[in-house]
Ligand binder design. Structure first.
Ligand SMILES: Cc1ncc(C[n+]2csc(CCOP(=O)(O)OP(=O)(O)O)c2C)c(N)n1
Ligand SMILES: [Mg+2]
Length: 770
C-alpha cells in the first residue's frame, strides 16, 4: 500500500470536494440523466449542498463520535447520502434513484432512507429544535440509570441561516436554558441567502447575543486562514470588506475576480493598488471566497476546541453554491447546473466521463491512502440503529371506580394508580406538559413521581409549610418534564422522548397533555413527530363546547378532523372511564409495538353517569372504533351515532324515541379515525381479492340499508357524518360549526343543537324523508 503523503487536513479538503461533486452529480443525474416518465421537474439543491460540504466533511470524517447524532439541514440531504456512499453504506442504485420511488429521499428521512438518519428534516427549524430535546432525553436516561455515561453523545444540528427565522428555535432555546441543556452543537451554514434572495443584514449581529444570553458559547468562523491573514495585514481592506452588505458580497462572489477588482478600485482608489498588484483576478476570487465555513483548518480547529459539553453555536460563514457556477447568485436556491456547466465541474474535479459514480475518482495515488484512512476511521455508525420494541410488559389497566366520572379525571386517577402500583411500565413513563399539568389532571402523578430537573430544586412552598395539593420539587429522578407554554416544544419533547428506543435503545412511554384547541398551535411539530414514527400518548383535554363557562377561545372544534387526516396518530375519544382504561392500555401497547403508532385521546371535564356492562364485548369494539351501546333491532330504520361527552344526550334521546322508532340503535363511536381507516383498508383489500368487511361496515350493516343516522359529536360534524357513505345510509349530522362561547351546558347544547331535541328532529326528518 502506498504511504499517504497528505495530512488529514488535506485529505479532508479532498473529501470536501468529493462531497461537493457527488451531491451535485446525484442531483444532476436525477434531473438530466435519468429518464423522466412524467416530465415533472425532479429538483434538488446543488447550491445548498455545496455550501455545507466542507462543514460536513469536517464533521463526519473528523469530529463526530459514534454516539453523536445529527439533524442535517434538509437541503443538504444529498451531502449526507454522498457521505454514506463514501462509507460504503449508501448504494449507487439509491443515489441514481434520488428523489425517485424507493430511492434516496430529497430530505433526510429516518423511516424512508436506508442509511442511518438520526432525525428526519424538511420543515425547517424543527430538525434544529429536536436535537435540544433529544439531549434532554439523554440526560433523563442517564440520570435514571437507563443509559451508560460512556454511551452519551453530542447532538448536532446543521442549520441554514434563514432557518434561524423560525420561532420554534427560540422557543426551544428558552426551554433548553431552563433545563440546563448541554451537549449541543448547532452549526449555522451562514451563506446569508434564503430561498428568495439574500438575507437582511440587520439581524445578524443579534444572533450571537440571543444565544449567549441563553448560556451558549458562540463561535464565529467568519474568515478562513488565508483571508484572515490578508485582512489582518491590511486594516483598510478589512474595514472595506466588513462594510459590504450581504447582497453586495453575494453578488461579488457570483461575479468573481474581476468584479472584486473593479469594486476595490472604485471604493479604495489608489489605496487598493499595492494589494491588487499582488493578486490576479483568480487569486482575488479565491481569497475572498476563503470564508470560515469553507476553510478546513478553521473548521477542524473550532470543532477540536469545543470538546466540553457547553452548548455551542457555530456561525460558519459560507457561500451558497460554493465552487459552482452560480455561487452567490441570489436566485440559486433551486438552481441546477446545465450539462455543459456540469461537464466543466467534472473536468475541474478530475472526474473522467463515465466514472462519475466512482467513489474516489480523480484522487491521485499519493492522496488516496490518506483519504481512505479517514473514511475508514470515521467513527459514525454505519448501520441503522436497531429500534427497540417489545421489551416492556403492559399490565392490564383497570377502570377507576365511580358512578359519575369525567374522562379527564379518570385519566388522572389511572395514572395515579399506575404510579402507586409501580412496575416497569410506570417507571418508563415520562410525562410532560406546557404549563397545564395541574389543569389536565396530571397533578396526582407528579405528586407521586416528581419533576425531572438535572439538579435538585426544592419545593419552596412545601418547605415553608404553605398548604398546597400540589408538590413541586424536582430531582434527576423525577418523571415529569414541565415545559413553558409553547405547544411546539411539547410535540418536540414527545418526538424526542418517543424516539428514545430508536436513539438510545431504551423505550420510554411519553405522555403529553395539553388543552385540545391548542393542538393546532404545535401542529407542524406534531406532524413532524409522527413523520419520524416517534411513539407517544397525547392527551388533549378539555375539549369541545362542553367546556362551558371557559368560552370560545378554549372550546375546540376541529381536532378530530385533524386526527382523521394525520398518519401515525390514532384518535380515541372515550365517553366512559372503562373505555378510557382500555384505550390507555392499548396506547401503551402501541408505543412498544413495531407496527404500532402514537395515540391521541380527546377527553372532557364533564362528569357523566357511567354505564352498566353486561358483558365484555364492548371492549374489543371500543378499541376498533365503535360499539353498539344500545343494539339496534333487526332491520332497524334509524340509529343515533354519538361520540364522547354528549353520550348522555344520545342515551336520553334513545330512551325517549325507542318506542316510536322500532329497533332504534345507539352506536357509540370511540374512534372515527379507526373506522375510516378500516373502511378504506377493506376497500383496498377487496381489490387485492380479500373480502372482509370493515368494522364500520359490520356495525352499520346491522341496520336496514335505507336506515337514517343522526350523528352527534361535540366537534365538527364532519367527524362522523361521513359514516353515511359507508353503506349509503342517510345522515343528519349534528355538531359544532361556529365558534363557541360561555354558557351553561344546557344553554350551549341547545344553542349549538347538541341536545335531545336536535336528535329527535334529525330522526324525524330522516324517517319522514323515506
Ligand atoms: C417550515 C418551512 N417553510 C418553508 C420551507 C421552504 N424552504 C426550504 S429551504 C428555504 C430557505 C432556506 O434557506 P437557508 O435556511 O438559509 O438554507 P440554505 O439553502 O441557504 O442553506 C425555504 C424557505 C421549508 N422547507 N420549511
Ligand atoms: Mg442560507
Amino acid at each position: 500500500m502506498l504511504k499517504s503523503v497528505t495530512t488529514d487536513i488535506e485529505s479532508l479538503k479532498i473529501l470536501d470536494e468529493r462531497l461537493r461533486w457527488l451531491s451535485a452529480w446525484t442531483i444532476h443525474h436525477a434531473n438530466h440523466v435519468r429518464e423522466s416518465e412524467d416530465g415533472l421537474k425532479v429538483g434538488g439543491h446543488q447550491a445548498s449542498s455545496a455550501s455545507m460540504s466542507a462543514i460536513m466533511a469536517a464533521l463526519y470524517f473528523h469530529a463526530l463520535g459514534e454516539n453523536d447524532r445529527v439533524a442535517v439541514k434538509p437541503h443538504a440531504g444529498p451531502v449526507l447520502h454522498a457521505i454514506h456512499y463514501l462509507l460504503g453504506v449508501q448504494s449507487r442504485e439509491a443515489l441514481e434513484n434520488f428523489r425517485g420511488f424507493g430511492g434516496a429521499q430529497s430530505y433526510p428521512s429516518r423511516t424512508k432512507d436506508k442509511i442511518p438518519v438520526d432525525f428526519s428534516t424538511g420543515s425547517v427549524g424543527l430538525g434544529v429544535a429536536i436535537t435540544l430535546f433529544a439531549s434532554l432525553v439523554q440526560d433523563y436516561l442517564t440520570a435514571h440509570g437507563r443509559m451508560d455515561e460512556k454511551a452519551r453523545g453530542r447532538f448536532v444540528a446543521l442549520i441554514g441561516d434563514a432557518e434561524l427565522d423560525e420561532g420554534n428555535i427560540y422557543e426551544a432555546l428558552i426551554e433548553g436554558y431552563k433545563h440546563d441543556v448541554c451537549n449541543l452543537w448547532w452549526i449555522v451554514d451562514y451563506n446569508r441567502q434564503s430561498l428568495d434572495a439574500t438575507s437582511a443584514d440587520r439581524m445578524f449581529e443579534r444572533f450571537d447575543e440571543i444565544f449567549q444570553s441563553c448560556g451558549w458559547r458562540v463561535v464565529e468562523l467568519k474568515y478562513g486562514k488565508r483571508l484572515a491573514a490578508a485582512l489582518k495585514s491590511n486594516p483598510k481592506l478589512k474595514t472595506w470588506f466588513e462594510a459590504l452588505s450581504n447582497a453586495e458580497l453575494s453578488a461579488l462572489h457570483y461575479q468573481g475576480g474581476s468584479a472584486w477588482r473593479t469594486k476595490l478600485e472604485a471604493d479604495l482608489g489608489k489605496g487598493a493598488a499595492p494589494f491588487l498588484k499582488d493578486h490576479d483576478d483568480a487569486a482575488l476570487g479565491a481569497l475572498f471566497s476563503d470564508l470560515g465555513g469553507h476553510c478546513m483548518e478553521s473548521l477542524v480547529e473550532a470543532f477540536d476546541a469545543a470538546q466540553d459539553d457547553v452548548p455551542t453555536l457555530f456561525i460558519a460563514w459560507t457561500i451558497k453554491g460554493y465552487g459552482l457556477p452560480f455561487a452567490g447568485h441570489k436566485d440559486n436556491h433551486a438552481g441546477l447546473m446545465n450539462p455543459t456547466q456540469l461537464a466543466a465541474l467534472r473536468e475541474t474535479m478530475g472526474v473522467r466521463e463515465g466514472e462519475e459514480w466512482t467513489p474516489l475518482e480523480g484522487i491521485g495515488d499519493n492522496a488516496r491512502p490518506g483519504v481512505e484512512a479517514l473514511i475508514e476511521r470515521s467513527r459514525i455508525i454505519r448501520e441503522k440503529r436497531m429500534r427497540s420494541f417489545g421489551a416492556v410488559t403492559v399490565p392490564s389497566i383497570p377502570a377507576p371506580a365511580g358512578e359519575e366520572q369525567s374522562t379527564q379525571a379518570a385519566f388522572g386517577r389511572i395514572l395515579l394508580e399506575l404510579s402507586k402500583s409501580g412496575g416497569d411500565l410506570a417507571d418508563r413513563i415520562l410525562t410532560t406538559s406546557p404549563d397545564v399539568t395541574v389543569s389536565t389532571n396530571l397533578g396526582a402523578w407528579v405528586n407521586q413521581r416528581g419533576l425531572f430537573r438535572r439538579s435538585d430544586s426544592p419545593d419552596v412552598f412545601a418547605k415553608a409549610k404553605i398548604a398546597s395539593a400540589q408538590k413541586w420539587s424536582g430531582s434527576n429522578q423525577g418523571q415529569h418534564i414541565e415545559l413553558g407554554i409553547a405547544e411546539s416544544n411539547l410535540f418536540l419533547m414527545l418526538a424526542a422522548a418517543g424516539l428514545s428506543g430508536d436513539l438510545f435503545g431504551e423505550r420510554l412511554f411519553p405522555i403529553g397533555t395539553l388543552y385540545d384547541p391548542f393542538i393546532a398551535r404545535g401542529l407542524d411539530a406534531l406532524n413532524y413527530a409522527c413523520y419520524q414514527d416517534a411513539r407517544f400518548l397525547l392527551v388533549a383535554t378539555p375539549s369541545g363546547i362542553t367546556l362551558g363557562p371557559e368560552g370560545g377561545a378554549h372550546q375546540s372544534i376541529n381536532p378530530p378532523l385533524i386526527a382523521l387526516g394525520q398518519p401515525g396518530l390514532r384518535h380515541y375519544e372515550p365517553a366512559y372511564a372503562d373505555e378510557l382504561a382500555a384505550m390507555m392500555e392499548e396506547a401503551f401497547r402501541l408505543i412498544d409495538d413495531p407496527a404500532g403508532e402514537s395515540t391521541y385521546l380527546r377527553l372532557s371535564t364533564r362528569n357523566i353517569a357511567q354505564v352498566e356492562r353486561s358483558d365484555d364485548r364492548w371492549r374489543e369494539d371500543t378499541l376498533s372504533g365503535g360499539y353498539w351501546l344500545r343494539e339496534p333491532g333487526p332491520n332497524a330504520e334509524a340509529a343515533i351515532v354519538a361520540m364522547g361527552a354528549v353520550m348522555p344526550e344520545a342515551l336520553a334521546a334513545w330512551e325517549e324515541l325507542r318506542h316510536d322508532v322500532p329497533g332504534l340503535g345507539l352506536l357509540s363511536v370511540t374512534s372515527p379515525d379507526l373506522l375510516h381507516r378500516g373502511w378504506t383498508a377493506a376497500q383496498a383489500a377487496r381489490w387485492g381479492g380479500t373480502r372482509n368487511p370493515s368494522h364500520a361496515e359490520r356495525l352499520l350493516s346491522q341496520l336496514s340499508p335505507r336506515a337514517g343516522l343522526v350523528t352527534i359529536a361535540d366537534a365538527a360534524p364532519a367527524s362522523l357524518s361521513w359514516l353515511g357513505g359507508v353503506l349509503g345510509q342517510r345522515v343528519a349530522p349534528l355538531g359544532v360549526e361556529k365558534f363557541g362561547q360561555t354558557g351553561s351546558l344546557a344553554d350551549l347544547y341547545a344553542a349549538y343543537r347538541l341536545d335531545g331535541d336536535a336528535i329527535t328532529e334529525g330522526i324525524a326528518e330522516l324517517l319522514l324523508a323515506q
